[in-house]
Design a protein around this ligand. Structure first.
Ligand code: ATP
Ligand code: MG
Length: 579
């Protein structure tokens, strides 16, 4: 494409509402424009990158035996009522009515639609397994759209759904998608890692998120430096410490102490003259409408998801001041396990503690020398806390690291959640009716592109990995007024086009400096600079965007050289790897 004819509005100004670098660069490099909150248009340069990614995804999905479909975005409420999500999905679901007053929603995901399609047309085990996917627009009315297309409201997603006759089949389908996802992100040239993720009440070991490493990522992940264990922060397990023997002789008498004006942990510590590790905090949660107390050492944090999963609950929230008053008899800040009338859950961090400090369920009072087994009853001892980098790997005991990442994909074993509710059944070999076992698999298209930029940029702009680059080469004639320079550039451009190389010819009547700046900003991997001085020797300059390396090539060799570099990079991307 000739630059002079392109719709490629680049800019030097950093947009004021763009917090992360990918958002800034996508605007500055003329890839996207905001229409309204969380809703973006892709300009030609942005859309080419989207198409590149989609192509990689299609190839890998097809290779894995999935078939492409295209499902409607507008979905009738009845289907969502059948699955139960019309009520449960909450405000992210954009609901609408037609002229006949029928209710619909804009699809935030497509389990209902695909399940209704499959149940009508798949009747026997002979038609299974099947894996169907689409690349399509989703709408989620996110509370806080941000970071450009990374967390927006209207976005492209590849979503796939597998249907199997049994668990073993479903596991195979899952494995296939897991492999396909690894291939996709590797081919994109990304540094990523699949991490174990929480699969909520559906349960099982079958959920993985694919995380692209990035300091700006919204998610935290934990990974072991020795073995392959990786999990997102909310899922990461904390090992139960080996329990030391506790001698009851060491238990000191329980003491209730008046602690006026002592509120913060630091004040409690100083007032009672104890170590911070001697204090246990008690948090009151409302779990599916019932209050629970969770005890944890004061320097640790409760992982609410673990509590929720332990209790098999669907909803959990911290109790309000009013409920704390009602259940403990004291205002917030004085809860404790002694003389409390609700179930007490204890985190492993408290397992070895003796003679510790807790609230006394009485305003301005604390207990000293509290001991498990003497002073209160416990409902459960388990892992209820957020892992820290001081903890060890739950699999091999090695050191762990906590890093930030962007969730670009998710593979999830659904089991029979939708097939049961929506009656997606088949007849097995013996003519028995059975429920299909499902899996679902998503990749955020725009988010993956943005994550690619987070990982591949420098102070001058985007540095596209070859596989995602909107164009592979940009030809920059240094001076448009010199005829032989322009003729050579034009000839190079034409011969690259005939070879199928994706090339921009920067034929604009601009200073070389301006052209170089734009080429850097939009991130084209290879630049050919045609200048009078080198041309006199029969050479042109080839500059690699990523390394800044510059070399001279004879004019007649450069096209072949470029071709080689492109295919090498596309086939085995330098950056694409597991972390
Ligand atoms: P998140 O926790 O980030 O909200 P999610 O768990 O809701 O993600 P899924 O329902 O698993 O996401 O969707 C599959 C993929 O779609 C995600 O891995 C992500 O890449 C992408 N995605 C989800 N929400 C958004 C969004 N608001 N904007 C852009 N991409 C999104
Ligand atoms: Mg979400």
């Amino acid at each position: 494409m000739r630059y002079s004819e392109m719709f490629l509005p680049t800019g030097r100004e950093v947009p004021s509402d763009a917090e992360v670098i990918s958002h800034q660069l996508m605007i500055r490099a003329g890839m996207i424009r905001k229409l309204t909150s969380g809703i973006y248009s892709y300009l030609p340069m942005g859309y080419r990158v989207i198409r590149k990614l989609e192509q990689i995804i299609r190839e890998e999905m097809n290779k894995a035996g999935a078939q492409e479909v295209h499902l409607p975005m507008v979905q009738p409420a009845e289907l969502w009522q059948e699955s139960g999500r019309w009520v449960h999905y909450g405000k992210e679901l954009l609901r609408l009515r037609d002229r006949h007053d029928h209710e619909y929603c804009l699809g935030p995901t497509h389990e209902e639609v695909i399940t209704s399609m499959v149940r009508n047309d798949i009747k026997t085990y002979r038609q299974l397994p099947r894996n169907l996917y689409q690349i399509q627009t989703k709408f989620r009315d996110e509370v806080r759209p941000r970071f450009g297309v990374m967390r927006c409201r209207e976005f492209g997603m590849k979503d796939a759904y597998s249907f199997d006759v049994d668990e073993a089949g479903a596991e195979k389908s899952y494995e296939k998608m897991f492999t396909a996802y690894n291939n996709i992100f590797r081919r994109c040239g990304l540094k990523f890692r699949p991490v174990e993720a929480d699969s909520g009440s559906i349960g099982g070991k079958y959920s993985h998120e694919f995380m692209v490493m990035a300091a700006s990522g919204e998610d935290a992940m934990v990974f072991c430096e020795k073995c392959s264990y990786a999990a997102n922060l909310e899922k990461a397990e904390v090992e139960c410490p080996e329990k030391k023997i506790i001698y009851e002789d060491d238990w000191l008498p329980l003491e209730e102490i008046h602690t006026p004006n002592v509120r913060t942990i630091e004040e409690v510590r100083a007032f009672l003259n104890v170590y911070p590790q001697d204090i246990v905090k008690t948090l009151i949660f409302i779990v599916d409408g019932k209050p629970y107390a969770v005890l944890i050492r004061v320097d640790q944090e409760v992982n609410e998801i673990k509590v929720k999963n332990y209790l098999g609950a669907t909803e959990l929230e911290l109790a309000s001041d009013e409920i704390i008053m009602k259940t403990t008899g004291a205002p917030r800040g004085f809860a404790g396990p002694v003389n409390i009338n609700i179930p007490v859950l204890i985190d492993y961090s408290v397992i070895d503690m003796i003679n510790f400090v807790t609230g006394a369920n009485k305003e301005d009072y604390h207990f000293k020398n509290v001991n498990i087994g003497r002073d209160f009853k416990i409902e459960a001892f388990a892992d209820f806390r957020v892992i820290t980098d001081q903890d060890k790997c739950p699999r091999c005991g090695g050191d762990i690291k906590i890093a930030r990442g962007i969730e670009v994909g998710h593979v999830f074993k659904l089991g029979t959640k939708y097939s049961k509710a929506m009656k997606a059944v088949y007849l097995d070999k013996d003519g028995q009716e059975k429920i299909m076992i499902m899996g679902c698999y998503g990749i955020g298209i725009g988010r993956t592109v943005a994550a690619g930029i987070e990982q591949n940029h420098d102070e001058n702009g985007i540095v596209w990995p070859m596989a995602l680059a909107p164009y592979h080469v940009i030809i920059t004639p240094v001076n448009v007024n010199e005829k032989d320079v322009m003729d050579t550039a034009e000839n190079l451009y034409n011969s690259m086009l005939t070879k199928g190389i994706e090339v921009i010819f920067d034929d604009r009547d601009e200073r070389a400096g301006v052209k170089f700046k734009d080429a850097d900003l939009i991130g084209i991997p290879l630049r050919i600079i045609v200048g009078q001085k080198n041309l006199a020797q029969g050479n042109v300059e080839l500059k690699i965007r990523k390394t800044g390396e510059n070399s001279l090539y004879p004019l007649q060799d450069v096209v072949q050289q470029v071709q080689q570099m492109i295919s090498q990079e596309v086939d085995s991307p330098a950056g694409g790897s597991l972390l």
